[in-house]
Design a protein around this ligand. Structure first.
Ligand code: G1P
Length: 303
């Protein structure tokens, strides 16, 4: 069955970005000039996804407004002859996929957010795309998972090696064997293990392709780490009755879910953004030289 549907959980409280996220969805924070959720929707579209369900939390009307038309703004841009801006605004509405929305009443975890998609998914294989991870590669990561699925017809999720000290921030896999380069059979999926107990450094990054049987498990899933219903726990359970593979992503991943990652991503996108790249690069080189001189001065004083 063709993979046509995606779920984007966007119901987190966004506490890492307060106060910006007090009244604004975290997923609306822009990288230079584009909200992070738009990058995700564009990856879905580029991977052949047709229908997307966005699971929202409180204060998330801004996401729906972003993908809606904006008649007053459009008239204004038209009257002023700002054709390229008008096109940019139109492109967010005519984004080429159908968007649906549902609210998660309580922040009970990622597994609970995905569970709300059950009737939308209606028995089809589907992808889950997390807004904290922006991916860059020649072939979109979601497309890579779909291509593997077309061979195996099994659930598959994306993993990437992370520094060992960071494993406790992720779901981690215990790889059993390599089916072919970058595709693993998995013994166990563990949500946020301690650094000492982590079975590997292969962390689950925010792209999953799941068979609909996951909903039978999520319906009965008990809270796990952080007293939340964990998608990783449900996937570990699914792996006991049908194979769940892990696909190692070799492209670039930007973690926009924490402050430092967000700053890094903004700088790196700035370096390739057509409108500002000519200024960003010389600025960074000058700043780096200045910082280096400051550090050298400090070190010389300390001697
Ligand atoms: C979630 C998942 C975790 C995964 C991570 C990827 O955690 O629960 O398994 O590794 O996303 O970003 P969160 O970052 O929402 O705490």
């Amino acid at each position: 069955m063709k993979v046509r549907k995606a779920v984007i959980p966007a119901a987190g409280l966004g506490t890492r970005f307060l106060p910006a996220t007090k009244a604004l969805a975290k997923e609306m924070l822009p990288i230079v000039d584009k909200p992070t959720i738009q990058f995700i929707v564009e990856e879905a579209k580029a991977s052949g996804i047709e229908d997307i369900l966005i699971v929202e939390g409180k204060q998330k009307r801004s996401i729906e407004d972003h993908f809606d038309s904006a008649p007053e703004l459009e008239q204004n841009l038209e009257a002023k002859g700002k054709a390229s801006l008008l096109k940019m605004v139109h492109d967010t509405t005519d984004i080429g996929v159908n968007l649906f929305y549902v609210r998660q009443p309580y922040p009970n975890g990622l597994g609970d957010a995905v569970r709300l998609a059950k009737s939308f998914i209606a028995g089809e294989p589907f992808v889950v795309m997390l807004g904290d991870d922006l991916m860059q590669d020649k072939i979109p990561l979601t497309q890579q998972l779909i291509t593997e699925y077309e061979q195996t017809h099994a659930s598959i999720l994306a993993v990437k090696k992370v520094p060992h000290a960071d494993v406790s921030a992720y779901g981690v896999i215990d790889p059993e064997s390599e089916v072919h380069k970058g595709l693993y059979n998995v013994r166990k999926f563990v949500e946020k293990p301690s650094v000492d107990e982590a079975p590997s450094d292969l962390a689950i990054i925010g792209r999953y392709l799941l068979t609909p049987e996951i909903f039978d498990i999520l319906d009965h899933q008990k809270p796990g780490k952080g007293n939340e219903i964990q998608l990783t726990d449900a996937i570990d359970e699914l792996n006991k009755t049908q194979r769940v593979f892990a696909h190692e992503f070799t492209g670039k991943r930007y973690d926009v879910g924490n402050k430092f990652g967000f700053v890094q991503t903004t700088i790196e996108y700035g370096l390739t953004h057509p409108e500002v790249q000519d200024e960003v690069r010389p600025y960074l080189l000058k700043l780096a030289a200045q910082l280096k001189a400051e550090d050298e001065k400090k070190a010389a004083k300390g001697k």
